[in-house]
Design a protein around this ligand. Sequence first.
Ligand SMILES: [Zn+2]
Length: 302
Amino acid sequence: MSARELVVLGTASQVPTRHRNHNGYLLRWDGEGILFDPGEGTQRQMLRAGVAAHDINRICVTHFHGDHSLGLAGVIQRINLDQVPHPVTAHYPASGQHFFDRLRYSTAYRETVKLTEAPVDADGPLATTAAYTLDTHRLSHPVESYGYRLTEPDGRRILPAKLAEHGIRGPDVGRLQREGALGGVTLADVSEHRRGQRFAFIMDTRLCDGVYVLAEGCDLLVIESTFLDEDRRLAADHGHLTAAQAAAVAREAGVRHLVLTHFSQRYPDPEAFEAEARGAGYEGGLTVAEDLMRVAVPSRHP
Ligand SMILES: [Zn+2]
């Protein structure tokens, strides 16, 4: 199993279909799990996908439409039922606090887990860990909607040939990394810049600045493409993207792997989304999401 991967729990916009559950996505990022937009039925999809309540450290909700949030009630109760041993943090638009309150306390249950509410009301960083910074940016939808991005800090990649050249081996390698220099050899002499990986989650929006800001330079981008371009008027009216628009964003932003999802039930053929994305000139990795798929974050730039 890849240490960084997306587990797709559901891919339907608005209503579930026979083949697609409401939205739901778990990002595994090293030891942490971030659950995005749990729609109705997410708890059961987790079971089918091999995701446990214990795997969830953080929950990010883009907006309070049912297909992105009705699953909160079940997932939060399950986290408590299973007595998850670590705290869980939830991010969601602050303007929807009343919706979050209702979902969190929709029925009686025993609270056993520390669930921290961290509502979002402005663009910018939400959290920083050793593995990533979580940022948010406002999107454009009939109800307030925020996208999310994870950015791993840049680092250094050790070059074994350079170590050998300078005669550094064994415990000295660790010492050089910790101290930055050793006997006149600097870390820069034996390593190169390593760009941090980026992931973004962009759901329910028309084209706006936030889409481009979040998508920029992503290794893996999950983005809604509710409609096909033949229905772009509908998409604009309802605050959504078409597959062509999403793919053009990915192309311009230099995205390495694009995941299209959140499909309207009006389209029976998923291949049309792939064709449209390619037609828009996007040449990177592409997944037209299906429920229960796993998509690895692409390996680092060589
Ligand atoms: Zn939606």
